[in-house]
Design a protein around this ligand. Structure first.
Ligand code: DNO
Length: 345
């Protein structure tokens, strides 16, 4: 597997020089951040980001994410022009040699948490999701703003969009996703690009918005409806694993040919639909990280993997979930498992 690390560009307090010093680190997962969602990414911008990463002895192996314009998710009449822009971005990335693209199809809100600095018993803190608290928060009143959310919306626009979503069922959303895939996957095939959809996080509906990339049945439907190897997934252990009904080992078995990127992290279930993120260790969270890694290896997975969110430890301050220290520990832990499992085979 190609151990990789998410980097938010020159604004990121975590520097490429630091990432480079994590043992066996190879890839950088990044994106162009200063363009409005949906606009085509120019080749020149991609090229200079790639050069910056390569100067530090790393490789830009995965884009996370190319955002999908809301009109595409909503199936609006304007979607075709946004899809053309998306196709162009795929071509531009491919021409610059970046061949794996992570994206998501979550209506309006990307990953959602109720608290960004919930304490853990060891004195560190981490991201937490409490279903009851989330239900009490009005996402439009401004009291909760999460790093994954697109802030380019005006509040009133957002209210209109959320109202419009009331008319869009899960089935409609799946049709809109298939419509999008039927048009971008042929381009990905031509360009030898692997598309890797990220699960909805958490993997259930929030704020009355439909969510579909949540479980094995839905993902299999999506994979079969557009049955191409280039139509694949980001296997995010923490997102799928937040729902204890998801059997991660079975998912890997059934999706193995279509996993193109892995996010590895652990969570501790605190109630039916609530959880807190923990260190990557199998001793801290509810997920069997060793079993999952072993299964990925047995399934022949050789692609990029990154330690996902970390706790904030040792007094570090920074982007919630994306500090240096705990993600570095995560990378080393995951590599230890990979090396040990390989050795034993
Ligand atoms: C959160 C991330 C997500 C992810 C997108 C992919 O930390 O895992 O924001 O990047 O959903 O499109």
């Amino acid at each position: 597997m190609e151990m990789s690390f998410r980097w938010y560009g020159t604004e990121d307090p975590v520097k490429l020089e630091q990432i480079r010093q994590i043992p066996a680190m190879k890839g950088i997962v990044s994106a162009i951040y200063d363009l409005p969602p949906g606009e085509t990414w120019p080749r020149e911008t991609i090229k200079s980001m790639k050069a910056e990463i390569e100067q530090r002895g790393l490789v830009w192996n995965v884009v996370e994410s190319v955002p999908v314009h809301e009109d595409i998710k909503m199936g609006k009449s304007t979607r075709d022009s946004w899809i053309e822009k998306y196709q162009e971005t795929i071509r531009n990335l491919s021409h610059e040699g970046v061949k794996t693209i992570c994206y998501n199809f979550m209506p309006v809100f990307d990953w959602t948490r109720s608290k960004l600095d919930a304490p853990l018993p060891d004195g560190s803190h981490s991201l937490m999701y409490d279903e009851e608290l989330i239900q009490q928060i009005d996402p439009l009143d401004g009291s909760l703003t999460l790093p994954g959310w697109d802030l380019s919306y005006q509040k009133d626009d957002l209210r209109v969009i959320m109202d419009e979503y009331k008319e869009i069922s899960k089935e409609d959303l799946m049709e809109n996703l298939v419509y999008f895939l039927e048009r971008i996957i042929p381009v990905a095939e031509e360009e030898d690009v692997l598309m890797a959809i990220h699960p909805d996080d958490p993997p259930w509906d929030i704020y009355g918005l439909p969510r579909i990339i949540t479980n094995e049945a839905n993902v299999m439907t999506m994979l079969k409806r557009v049955n191409s190897r280039n139509n694949g997934i980001t296997f995010c252990t923490g997102s799928y694993g937040a729902d204890r009904n998801n059997d991660l080992i079975s998912m890997i078995e059934h999706m193995k040919d279509r996993i193109h990127f892995v996010h590895a992290r652990n969570v501790r279930w605190t109630s039916e639909k609530s959880f807190q993120e923990t260190s990557h260790s199998v001793h801290d969270g509810s997920l069997d990280m060793v079993g999952i890694m072993q299964k990925l290896i047995e399934a022949g997975y050789e692609g990029p993997i990154r330690p996902d969110h970390g706790r904030m430890i040792w007094g570090e301050e920074g982007r919630p979930g994306y500090g240096l220290y705990d993600r570095a520990l995560g990378a080393v832990y995951l590599n230890g498992i990979i090396d040990a499992v390989r050795e034993r085979r």
